[in-house]
Design a protein around this ligand. Structure first.
Ligand code: RTP
Ligand code: MG
Length: 139
């Protein structure tokens, strides 16, 4: 059993796609362990994406991720990290198939509707960044 961290990004929340994304999540068989809506501060978005701080798209990414509320989630299942990334599709939404979340709900390489952890270590870090032990206790 593996856990991963997922975000419904501000573009998808603003467009009202939470329901469609949650339906696809349920359909996939992954279990929703925890969920909350919040709005990231600039410092929080910078911290979350610190690994990309030297990239040319960093400032734009932080502006995007703080433009409105997001939905943060912890997902669980066999091979959850790879399964959620498979559901999301590639980073560039314009190159993602319509069977993927980014293909369906994203509009560009930046405004791509969803986030998913890329490895067990990043999943553990990201879950801890957004959720307290209390919120995950007993789940
Ligand atoms: P994520 O971390 O959000 O799940 O996405 P990812 O692994 O598929 O892509 P990553 O390389 O980690 O990039 C993080 C997010 O930065 C934005 N981005 N913009 N303008 C650009 O060239 C560019 N490249 C990436 C996207 O929002 C991407 O999801
Ligand atoms: Mg990434």
């Amino acid at each position: 059993m593996q856990r991963t961290f997922a975000i419904i990004k501000p573009d998808a929340v603003a467009a009202g796609h939470q329901g469609g994304i949650l339906a696809a999540l349920q359909e996939s068989g992954l279990r929703l362990v925890a969920i909350k809506a919040l709005r990231l501060s600039t410092a929080q978005a910078e911290g979350f994406y610190a690994v990309h701080s030297a990239r040319p798209f960093f400032r734009s990414l932080v502006t995007f991720m703080t433009e409105g509320p997001v939905v943060a989630m912890v997902l669980e299942g066999e091979d959850a990290i790879a399964r959620w990334r498979g559901l999301m599709g590639p980073t560039d939404a314009t190159k993602a198939g319509k069977e993927t979340l980014r293909g369906r709900y994203g509009t560009s390489i930046e405004r791509n509707a969803t986030h998913g952890s890329d490895a067990p270590e990043t999943a553990a870090y990201e879950i801890g960044f957004f959720f307290s032990g209390l919120e995950l206790a007993g789940l």
